[in-house]
Design a protein around this ligand. Structure first.
Ligand SMILES: Nc1ncnc2c1ncn2[C@@H]1O[C@H](COP(=O)(O)OP(=O)(O)OP(=O)(O)O)[C@@H](O)[C@H]1O
Length: 287
C-alpha cells in the first residue's frame, strides 16, 4: 500500500485481527514527531578488510510503508540493515530514524526500533515465554503488560504449546518466530526484519504477514529483506534492489518493476544468470 493510502491510525481494537492477536498500534505507543522518513540512509559505507560490503548506500524509507529490500547473495543487505539498526558501526555515512541520528543518540533511537537480525545469537537457554518476557522487561514494559503481550504473541506465532520449551530446542522456524515476537513486544515505530520468513511454515508465514500488514495499517513501518520476489511484490508497497553494495533501483514496487514482474526486473538489473552447460557431468542419463 503506498503511504498516501495508509488509513488514518485506528485503535488497536479496530485493526482486523491478525490471527489471534491484535498488535497494539505503534503510533499509540510513539506519537508521531515529524513527517521525516522512517529511515533515511545517507552515504553509508562499510568495508571488511579488502571487501567493500556497502559502497555508499542512500535510501529513504517512507513512514508507513512496507518496504522490501532484495538483492543477490552477498549484495550487502544484512550489512546495510545491521548499520541501520545500530548493530554494526558504519565506516562512513549517517542513519536517521524518524529524523533522529541513530549513531549520535543510539539509546533514544533504538527505543523506536524492533529488529529481527539475521544470525544473531539469542539467549537460547531461556524458554520461548521467558525470552519474550525478558525482551519486554528490557524494553521497560511493566510486568502485567509484558505478560499479556507475551501470551498474545505466543498465540499469534503458534508457539503457545511450546512456550515452556528452551529456545535452544526450537526448530529454525520456531526460533525465527520467537525472535520476531521479541522484536514486536514493545510496539516499535520501525520494524527491521532480516529474512523473517526463512524456514517459517506457510501457515505461520501467512499469520505473520497479516500481523505485519495490520501493524503497517496502524501507522508502523516495516522493512523486510527477502529473496522471495513474488512475496515482496505481493506484500510490500516499496522495494529497493541492492547489488554489490549499491542501490540499483528504489521506489514503489510498481515503479521499480514497471511492466515486468519484480523477479524479471531483478534479473534484468542484477544479471548473473548462468546456463547449466558447464555441469555436463551432472546429467544422470547418457543421452
Ligand atoms: N563480518 C564479515 N567479515 C567479512 N566479510 C563480511 C562480513 N560480513 C559480510 N561480509 C561480506 O560482505 C558482503 C555483503 O554481505 P551481506 O551479508 O551484507 O550480504 P547479503 O546481501 O545479506 O547476503 P545474503 O543474501 O547471502 O544473506 C559479502 O561479500 C560478505 O562476504
Amino acid at each position: 500500500m503506498p503511504p498516501e493510502d495508509v488509513a488514518p491510525t485506528p485503535s488497536a481494537a479496530s485493526v482486523p485481527a491478525p490471527g489471534p492477536v491484535p498488535v497494539p498500534a505503534p503510533d499509540a505507543a510513539h506519537p508521531a514527531t515529524s513527517a521525516a522518513p522512517a529511515l533515511a540512509l545517507r552515504g553509508l559505507w562499510r568495508r571488511f578488510g579488502e571487501k567493500i560490503a556497502v559502497a555508499g548506500v542512500d535510501l529513504d524509507v517512507p513512514a508507513g510503508s512496507f518496504y522490501g529490500l532484495v538483492g543477490p547473495n552477498g549484495a550487502g543487505k544484512t550489512t546495510t540493515l545491521s548499520m541501520a539498526t545500530g548493530l554494526l558501526q558504519p565506516d562512513a555515512g549517517t542513519v536517521l530514524v524518524h529524523g533522529q541520528d541513530l549513531w549520535a543518540s543510539p539509546l533514544q533511537v533504538k527505543a523506536m526500533l524492533g529488529v529481527l537480525p539475521d544470525g544473531v545469537k539469542l539467549f537460547d537457554r531461556l524458554t520461548g515465554e521467558q525470552l519474550i518476557t525478558y525482551a519486554g522487561l528490557l524494553r521497560g514494559l511493566d510486568r502485567d503488560t509484558t505478560a499479556e503481550r507475551t501470551r498474545d504473541l505466543l498465540a499469534a506465532m503458534d508457539l503457545t504449546k511450546d512456550a515452556g520449551t528452551l529456545v535452544v530446542d526450537y526448530s529454525a522456524g520456531m526460533t525465527k518466530k520467537v525472535a520476531l515476537a521479541c522484536a514486536l513486544v514493545h510496539v516499535p515505530r520501525l520494524l527491521v526484519l532480516d529474512e523473517p520468513f526463512e524456514a517459517v511454515d506457510p501457515v505461520s508465514a501467512a499469520n505473520i504477514r497479516d500481523i505485519l500488514a495490520s501493524y503497517v495499517r496502524s501507522g508502523g513501518t516495516v522493512i523486510v529483506s527477502s529473496h522471495v520476489m513474488d512475496l515482496v511484490q505481493r506484500m510490500c508497497d516499496h522495494v529497493a534492489i541492492i547489488a554489490g553494495g549499491h542501490v540499483l533501483a528504489a521506489g514503489t514496487v510498481d515503479d521499480v518493476r514497471g511492466d515486468a514482474s519484480l523477479e524479471d526486473r531483478f534479473v534484468d538489473l542484477v544479471g548473473g544468470r548462468v546456463s547449466g552447460e558447464g555441469l555436463a557431468w551432472l546429467r544422470t542419463s547418457s543421452d
